[in-house]
Write a protein that binds this ligand. Structure first.
Ligand code: FES
Length: 354
C-alpha cells in the first residue's frame, strides 16, 4: 500500500503539509531552476496500522529466536555428534555429519540475524526522507581573518622572522630531505642508457614474416592486410629473443600510395608498403588491431589509436608519440629489406626522448 492509497486523515500529522502531501518542499513553480525537493513520502502499512506493525515485530522476534535456537543447535552438534560419523546428503554424497550440522546451524544462525535486522529496518524503523542542506564550503570572512591573525601570531611567537639562521637552515633541510628518496631510485636497477635506441634492424636486413618464418616479398603484402615481421637471423630459441623482439617487432601494411598523407612516410615506404614499430608508445603493449577502411591501428591495452596513413600519429588515447617508422625497400630478388635502424627510440622510452 502506498500513501496514495491511504486516506489523508490516517497520515501522521507531522508528515503532512498543507496540501496533503508528505512534509517535503515541492519545486517553486515560478522558478524552473528551483530545488525540486524530495518526492512525497510514501507511508508503509506498518506506519499507519498498528496491527501490521505488531505482525512485523513478531516476524523479527521469530527470526532472532530462530538464530538463538540455531546457535544452541551448533553447540549441541559440536558436543553430541561423533567426528567419524558420516551421512549421505544429495548431491554431495557421503560427508561428515559433524561438519554438515555445524555448517547448517551456523549458517541459519547468521542468516536469521541478518534477515531479522533487515526486516526490522524495512518495516519498523523510520524511513522518512530527510534533506540535508549543504552549506558553503568557503569559510566566513571573519573566520578567515581569525585564521590569518592566528597564523601571524604563531609566526611571531616562533621568531622565524627574527632568527634568520634557523629559518634558512630549516628550509634547506626540508628541501634536501626528499633527495634521499631520489637516491633510493637507484635500487630499481641500472639505467637503460641508449639500449632502446638501437634494435636489430640495419641496412640490408630482410623482413621475415613472424607467422611463416619466411622472408617477406613485396608481392606477399596485400592491400588491407596486417603482417607482423621480425629481422632475419632472430630465432625464437635465441637466448635474448624476447628482449630483441620487444624492440624490433614490425607491423607491415600496404596502403594505396595516394592515401599516404605524410611525405616522409611515403618516401620511407615501398610502393605503399609501410613498416612501423609494433610497440605502443604509451607503455609498450604490442599493437594488434588494424582497421582497413580508416588505416587506423589500435592498441588493446588503453585504446591508443594511430593513423598509419598519416605518419602513425596518435589520433586517440594516452600515447604521447607517433609510432616510429622503419625505412624499407626491396632487394634485387624482390624481398623487403630494412634501409637502416629506427631513427627514434621505440616504445615509451620516456628518458630517451628530447
Ligand atoms: S600501452 Fe598502448 S595504449 Fe597503453
Amino acid at each position: 500500500m502506498s500513501s496514495q492509497d491511504i486516506p489523508e486523515e490516517n497520515l501522521p500529522a507531522e508528515q503532512v503539509d498543507e496540501h496533503g502531501h508528505g512534509a517535503v518542499a515541492l519545486a517553486d513553480e515560478t522558478n524552473p531552476f528551483a530545488d525540486p525537493g524530495l518526492p512525497p513520502h510514501e507511508h508503509r502499512i506498518q506506519d499507519i496500522d498498528e496491527r501490521a506493525a505488531k505482525r512485523s515485530e513478531r516476524v523479527v522476534a521469530m527470526l532472532f529466536t530462530l538464530s538463538m535456537l540455531a546457535t544452541v543447535g551448533f553447540i549441541a552438534s559440536y558436543v553430541a555428534i561423533p567426528r567419524d560419523k558420516s551421512i549421505f546428503v544429495f548431491p554431495l554424497g557421503h560427508i561428515s555429519a559433524l561438519n554438515f550440522a555445524l555448517g547448517m546451524t551456523l549458517g541459519v544462525a547468521l542468516f536469521a540475524i541478518g534477515a531479522g535486522a533487515v526486516h526490522w529496518a524495512r518495516t519498523l524503523m523510520s524511513d522518512v526522507e530527510i534533506a540535508d542542506q549543504r552549506h558553503p564550503i568557503e569559510a566566513e570572512p571573519e573566520v578567515k581573518a581569525k585564521v590569518l591573525a592566528d597564523f601571524k601570531e604563531g609566526a611571531k611567537e616562533s621568531a622565524l622572522g627574527r632568527r634568520k639562521l634557523i629559518r634558512n637552515t630549516m628550509f634547506g633541510a626540508l628541501a634536501l630531505f626528499p633527495l634521499s628518496g631520489v637516491m633510493l631510485l637507484r635500487d630499481l636497477g641500472p639505467l637503460p642508457g641508449t639500449k632502446l635506441r638501437h634494435t636489430l634492424w640495419s641496412k640490408g636486413k630482410l623482413l621475415v614474416n613472424m607467422n611463416t618464418n619466411e622472408p617477406l616479398r613485396a608481392s606477399d603484402v596485400a592491400v588491407g592486410s596486417l603482417t607482423f615481421a621480425k629481422p632475419e637471423g632472430l630465432e625464437e630459441h635465441d637466448e635474448d629473443f624476447q628482449l630483441q623482439i620487444a624492440k624490433a617487432a614490425l607491423m607491415i601494411v600496404r596502403l594505396q600510395p595516394e592515401n599516404i598523407k605524410d611525405k616522409r612516410e611515403l618516401a620511407w615506404s615501398h610502393e605503399g608498403i609501410v613498416a612501423y614499430s609494433k610497440i605502443c608508445t604509451h607503455v609498450g603493449c604490442p599493437i594488434s588491431l588494424y582497421e582497413q577502411q580508416t588505416h587506423h591501428v589500435l592498441c588493446p591495452c588503453h585504446q591508443s589509436t594511430f593513423d598509419l596513413s598519416d605518419g602513425a600519429r596518435v589520433i586517440f588515447g594516452p600515447a604521447g608519440h607517433a609510432l616510429p617508422q622503419l625505412r624499407i625497400g626491396v632487394n634485387e630478388q624482390g624481398y623487403l629489406e630494412a634501409l637502416g635502424d629506427f631513427e627514434e627510440p621505440v616504445g615509451p622510452a620516456f628518458w630517451e626522448r628530447g
